[in-house]
Design a protein around this ligand. Structure first.
Ligand code: M6R
Length: 610
């Protein structure tokens, strides 16, 4: 999730771009850059790290001009570095591009452009865009951009400048947000409202498949096919803080709502064109190495560990390789058995968690091949691992992890399917069925997010309690553990997650009249047994809420006080849906208790001590 800003007008362009980028800082980034038309032509400055690094670079040699584009990068293709930072240019240095999103077919396009004599300097997918535009340019930048995007597959928001037409700034939106800000004798583009809010409150929101051509005095909106469109101008009356949160009250709620996009982005480019097969071109692990894997160890902390529990089920059921899961802080102290045929999967949103890093180094030292699932490309864990699958959730700001967790689930499903394909443990039809169900998940999440009221009301109810239980079997138990952690960490309500069948071996003693119990009952194969366990707590007077499927609601209501239905998917994929009401539950419970939702007490976003 990168940030774009663009300006055309009479103000100090460099200052407008830097100020705009500062307003996007809250999203997190690993490098930044700007391109400005100066009287020496199109000049680019970029720097890895914080915006201050770029500002120091510009000190003494400012880029003075009347139009420019700027970018903060959150690395996806290619590590964070000066050269991989945006804006990118072509070999003539006459075109400049900033880009958010992913060009899925960039490798194909890059090979073609190289064969035509283009020379590339970065590892990014974005550089391909500037070369394509340069190749297609024939005196009209709008047409060149339209032709270039005709070759591209994927998601992109673009800002484009060419030295040949210095009075124009071209913007494109295709599945990655972009807005146009309207000023007096000046106009702006931004990936997000905060980038331009200090200059104007009048905006056009581009829809997918639309573009805009900006001059100082005009904005033309059109489809990417070139048909002109008209659009109502919106007046933004958010304050700066609300704007950073995209209009949501908290980052956590914003990030919960970003999950459909995170699912789509994490799958993008990893499902082949037939839509039936998983491809993981980023893996160095060879087919022979995959065929030789004897055992897998999944190591992580907190929420990432809970994603690992789902990952274990996915791999064991689809690939039939034995999988162990460990919390990273314990892994080293149990003398784990590692051989060169052991695949160790470390999971970490931040890629900086000290416990996970230490466990990973131990596994590597013992000869394991280490594959990291992380959300941060240039992180320590990503750098030290032999292989990396990047989750494309974008920066997560709230301490409570939500979209990072669900993107980790998607990464695990993709990995399990890929291993199954290589080892031939699933038929192509079975793989295609799972892939199709995965592609339906984002819409199913959207449908739940559109109706938060029942969960909100239930959250207000439990917010008055000090203790509660989550129960479930199999994958429901894995999700129960995540639901319980989420609730504890931000609402400060004490909760425990139990394997539903284990209650009767001790914990049932704690069930008394009125204690809330949240029962996950989505796994049809163990539903009858879960219902028996629900009856055990019902008989002791518990106040029970079930999360289940529509067809089970009526039956369950004989033993529970209320039931919340989630959309139906394959049992293995259900955690990617059933966790959503639990995230909302902890959010609203924390809100009802007046807590600081995004910054809960005693916790940090990245835990860099063991
Ligand atoms: O950055 P990581 O994924 O390695 O972090 C691991 C845990 O510290 C993290 O998931 C923590 O449990 C979250 N605050 C949970 O919401």
């Amino acid at each position: 999730m990168c940030g774009i800003v663009g300006y055309i007008g009479k103000k100090d362009t460099q200052a407008v771009l830097i100020e705009g980028l500062k307003k996007l800082e809250y999203r997190g980034y690993d490098s930044a850059g700007i391109a400005v038309f100066t009287n020496q032509g199109l000049q680019i400055a970029k720097a890895q790290g914080r915006l201050a690094n770029l500002e120091s670079k510009l000190e003494g040699t400012p880029l003075v001009g009347s139009a420019g584009i700027g970018h903060t990068r959150w690395a996806t293709h290619g590590k964070p570095s000066d050269v991989n930072s945006h804006p990118h240019t072509d070999n003539s240095h006459k075109f400049s591009v900033v880009h958010n999103g992913i060009v899925e077919n960039y490798l194909e396009l890059k090979d073609e452009l190289i064969s035509q004599g283009h020379h590339f300097v970065s590892e990014t997918d974005t550089e391909v865009i500037s070369h394509l535009i340069a190749r297609e340019y024939d005196g009209d930048i709008v047409k060149a951009v339209q032709k270039a995007i005709g070759y591209m597959r994927g998601a992109f928001a673009l800002g484009v400048l060419t030295e040949y037409e210095p009075d124009k700034l071209v913007a494109v939106r295709q599945a990655s947000p972009l807005i146009i800000g309207i000023g007096e004798g000046e106009n702006f583009i931004g990936s997000d409202i905060p980038a331009i809010l200090q200059y104007t409150r009048k905006v056009y929101i581009l829809n997918d498949g639309e573009m805009a051509v900006l001059t100082q005095d005009s904005v033309e909106l059109m489809t990417i096919e070139g048909n002109f469109i008209s659009r109502e101008m919106i007046h933004v009356d958010w304050d700066a803080v609300t704007a950073e949160k995209g209009g949501f009250e908290h980052f956590m709620l914003k990030e919960i709502h970003e999950q459909p996009k995170a699912y789509r982005d994490t799958m993008r480019g990893r499902i082949d064109e037939s839509g039936k097969k998983v491809v993981l071109p980023e893996l160095k692990l060879t087919a022979d190495q995959i065929k030789n894997i004897r055992n897998i160890q999944i190591i992580a902390c907190g929420t990432a560990y809970h994603a690992g529990l789902v990952g274990r089920s996915a791999i064991e059921s689809l690939v039939r390789i034995p999988v162990e899961t460990d919390v990273a802080s314990e892994y080293r102290y149990r003398s784990p058995i590692v051989t060169p045929e052991t695949l160790v999967i470390v999971v970490s949103q931040s890629g900086e968690t000290a416990d996970t890093l230490a466990a990973m180094r131990e596994a590597k030292a013992n000869g394991a091949h280490v594959l990291a699932i992380t959300n941060v490309v240039g992180s320590s864990i990503a750098r030290d691992a032999d292989d990396v699958i990047v989750t494309l959730a974008g920066p997560e700001i709230a301490v409570a992890s939500t979209k990072a967790y669900t993107s980790q689930l998607i990464a695990f499903y993709l990995l399990a399917l890929y291993l199954a394909e290589v080892r031939g443990t699933q038929t192509p039809e079975a793989v295609a069925q799972i892939v199709a169900a995965m592609q339906a998940l984002p819409e199913q999440v959207e449908s739940m997010l559109a109706k938060p009221d029942a969960i909100k009301a239930y959250a207000e109810h439990i917010s008055k309690h000090e203790h509660l239980f989550f129960i479930g079997r199999g994958l429901d138990y894995a999700v129960a553990q995540e639901g319980s952690l989420k609730l504890k960490e931000i609402s400060y309500i004490h909760s425990e997650a139990y394997a539903a069948g284990e209650l009767k071996h001790g914990t049932l003693a704690l069930i008394e009249e009125g204690i809330p119990v949240i029962a996950l009952a989505t796994q049809e194969a163990v539903l009858e047994k879960t219902v028996s366990n629900i009856k055990e707590v019902n008989a002791r007077g518990a106040d029970i809420m079930a999360i289940t499927h529509e067809e089970n609601v009526a039956g369950l209501l004989k033993s529970v006080d209320q039931a919340f239905a989630i959309p139906k998917t394959l049992p293995l994929l259900t955690p990617a849906l059933s966790v959503v009401p639990l995230q909302l539950l902890s959010y609203y419970a924390s809100l009802a208790r007046g807590n600081d939702v995004d910054k809960p007490r005693n916790l940090a976003k990245s835990v860099t001590v063991e």
